[in-house]
Write a protein that binds this ligand. Structure first.
Ligand code: AMP
Ligand code: FE
Ligand code: FE
Ligand code: ZN
Length: 286
């Protein structure tokens, strides 16, 4: 359908967004979106509620996930669409990721206390809500409440980012393994914001070409706020050359991320149609 507005990457409070799945879908309807994919980090827990809300509100909800992977020590995020949520291998890996994320929080709390910014666990718990794993964005929200920083951006830029003093690393799935796990669960796999916080040297086009040639990768997120116009043009040329799907999305986190409003980037309807075809072909869940 012409004029369809499609946003294929959003987060709810089940991971590190601030809207519940229902609130997120309502916000998508208000933003004039026809289709929204919920891609919470390393969990499917919000999907059932989001799909039900979509049926109520007339928004198509594509079931998704964002997986924390790594390539040679660099963090790489994958978007998986249409995965069977009961796939044993993928579920086990997601549980391992969630455990790794939460497991290093005590060490970061210790670093914060040593830096003169104690965060009581009760304050942190309020911001975690019912998310199945505790991440840096929750720590950032607690720091805001305690008056240590003004917003998540300042929390990351000054303290929590990978090269900042409070940071403690965690387990992430090797990239090739993560690609294959999504496909094995019937899903379509797209690399999220490939050259956002990660350079072309860390995630080289040659590697992407290899995955594409081997049929292990479906697409790249081209239009994302972490990509400037030149990067988008380069990625657009790359997906065209490699025969990959190019997506566009907001990476909406509710009030948790500025300048990531729903629908600020969108995906072509033919790309969504192809994503759905592939999900069906692989026995996934569309
Ligand atoms: P964690 O999974 O605990 O390592 O936290 C990673 C999450 O923090 C990502 O999913 C992003 O949403 C968010 N994040 C990472 N880096 C930044 C940054 N520089 N500014 C704001 N949010 C960030
Ligand atoms: Fe996030
Ligand atoms: Fe991401
Ligand atoms: Zn995301």
């Amino acid at each position: 359908m012409a004029g369809m507005r499609i946003d294929l990457h959003t987060h709810s409070s089940v991971s590190d967004g601030t809207d519940s799945p229902t609130e997120l879908v309502a916000a998508a309807a208000a933003a004039g979106l026809d289709v929204v994919a919920l891609c919470d980090h390393d969990t499917f827990d919000g999907l059932e509620e989001a799909v039900a809300a979509g049926e109520q509100l007339g928004v198509q909800v594509l079931p998704g996930i964002e997986i924390s992977a790594e390539h040679e020590g660099t963090s790489v995020h994958l978007l998986g669409y249409g995965c069977r949520v009961d796939d044993a291998a993928l579920s086990a890996e997601l549980a391992r990721l969630r455990k790794g994320r939460s497991g290093r929080i005590p060490a970061m709390l210790e670093n914060l206390a040593l830096a003169g910014m104690p965060v009581p666990v009760g304050v942190l718990a309020r911001h975690v809500g019912d998310s199945p794993s505790v991440g840096r964005p929750h720590l950032a929200d607690a720091m805001i409440e305690l008056g240590y920083v003004a917003d998540r951006r300042e929390a990351f830029d000054t303290w929590l980012a990978d090269d900042k003093p409070i940071f403690v690393g965690r387990y992430a799935t090797p990239l090739a393994t993560a690609l294959d796990l999504v496909r094995g669960a019937g899903g379509v796999v797209v690399i999220a914001h490939p050259w956002g916080r990660v350079s072309r040297e860390q995630l080289p086009p040659g590697l992407l070409a290899e995955f594409a040639a081997a049929g292990r990768l479906d697409g790249l997120e081209v239009d994302h706020q972490d990509h400037d116009a030149a990067t988008r043009a380069e990625l657009r040329a790359l997906v065209d050359r490699l025969g990959l799907l190019g997506t566009g999305s907001s990476d909406y986190h509710g009030a948790g991320k500025l300048d990531h409003d729903l629908g600020c980037n969108t995906t072509d309807p033919w790309v969504l149609a192809e994503v759905r075809n592939r999900i069906v072909g692989r026995g996934g869940r569309r």
